[in-house]
Design a protein around this ligand. Structure first.
Ligand code: KG4
Ligand code: ZN
Length: 327
């Protein structure tokens, strides 16, 4: 069965085609119009999705030789996300559904991120712990099975990617700033890092907090002035990145100890980060899996993969935008 995946929840327009659980095409258009605004401008995002979605769809059909008549299921992100942005993808999916009679299922975006791990690691084995680290979310889920998730902890304020983007703005980087901070951090001389706070809400709870880290970078910079920033940018980037990664690693270790689960999936845009990947892989006694970077950031292949699972298990559900961001 061929599955058409559609993702438009934030600032990536993505269309994918899967043959069962195998990717045939996965096209992603990252909107650059937001770069100077320090974050995503919702109305601009919706309009950019509208302008791009048709061409992307034609492109994946052209690249694969698959036609509309060969599609057995449409899987579309229906929540959480920006309302107008989601509506573009959902309306597109429902248009095909009504015009062609192709079955359609809504997919929760976070379920999509969790399913991204199955695309390249189908044998990961259940249960596992999923650390979702993206621009909108930072949570640890115990994945008992597809559709059976327990939230063990989540951020009480900013998401990890949001912290990268906000600190990036303080440092003069465009949005999204995660990759730029990572690149700058790699240039840092090997010296003692600035001890920015490691955000832990407690030693037993698994919630995260990153707004204090962002604020401490802000005050640190205010006290020292622009010249210090110019001369020490890479050290500041490395120190910030290190604090954030240590906070994620600490909670993940605690989650593993508390549940006895040693298999970990780290997914979402921030999972592209090389220091994070290295640190997680070095965690003692754990088997840690990551999607390749193109499948970490928002993409429609992960949405189609979740759709495949829903179809297989008779769990299709009509798209509906839910007010809650929770899985
Ligand atoms: O998963 P994603 O594409 O979108 C959401 O669902 O939010 O994640 C985007 C986030 C942005 O905040 C971006 O700065 C961050 O992922 N990101 C990174 C890296 N690449 C993307 N953060 C740190 N290091 C990276 N290499
Ligand atoms: Zn995402």
């Amino acid at each position: 069965m061929n599955i058409l995946g559609i993702e438009t929840s934030c600032d990536e327009t993505s269309i994918a085609l899967l043959e069962n659980d195998t990717i045939k095409a996965n096209e992603i258009y990252s909107q650059e119009i937001h770069s100077s605004f320090g974050g995503v401008v919702p109305e601009m995002a919706s309009r950019a999705h509208l302008g791009k979605i048709d061409a992307l769809c034609k492109s994946v059909f052209g690249a694969t030789g698959i036609s509309f008549d060969d599609i057995g299921l449409i899987a579309v992100t229906d929540s959480p996300g920006l309302a107008g942005a989601l509506l573009v993808g959902i309306s597109f999916a429902l248009g095909i559904h009504c015009g062609r009679g192709v079955p359609v299922t809504g997919i929760n975006h976070l379920e999509g991120h969790i399913c991204s791990i199955f695309l390249e690691h189908p044998d990961i084995g259940l249960p596992f712990l999923a650390l979702i680290v993206s621009g909108g979310h930072t949570s640890i889920y115990k994945v008992n099975d597809f559709g059976d998730y327990e939230c063990l902890g989540q951020t009480v304020d900013d998401a990890a990617g949001e912290a990268f983007d906000k600190v990036g703005k303080l440092l003069g980087f465009n949005y999204p700033a995660g990759r730029a901070i990572e690149r700058e951090a790699a240039l840092a001389p090997s010296q003692t890092l600035i001890p920015f706070p490691m955000a832990r809400t407690s030693t037993t709870m698994l919630d995260f907090s990153f707004s204090g880290l962002k604020t401490s970078v802000k005050y640190f910079l205010q006290e020292r002035g622009p010249e210090y920033l110019t001369e020490n940018k890479s050290l500041i980037c490395k120190s910030f990145q290190n604090s954030l990664v240590e906070s994620l690693a600490g909670n993940l270790l605690t989650a593993s100890r508390q549940t006895g689960i040693k298999t970990i999936a780290v997914v979402g845009g921030v999972a592209c980060n090389a220091q994070l990947r290295q640190r997680m892989k070095a965690l003692p006694g754990l088997k840690v899996f990551f999607p390749s970077p193109a499948l970490c950031t928002d993409n429609a292949a992960m949405i189609a993969r979740a759709g495949y699972e829903r179809k297989k298990r008779g769990m299709l559900r009509f798209p509906r935008m839910a007010p809650s961001a929770k899985l």
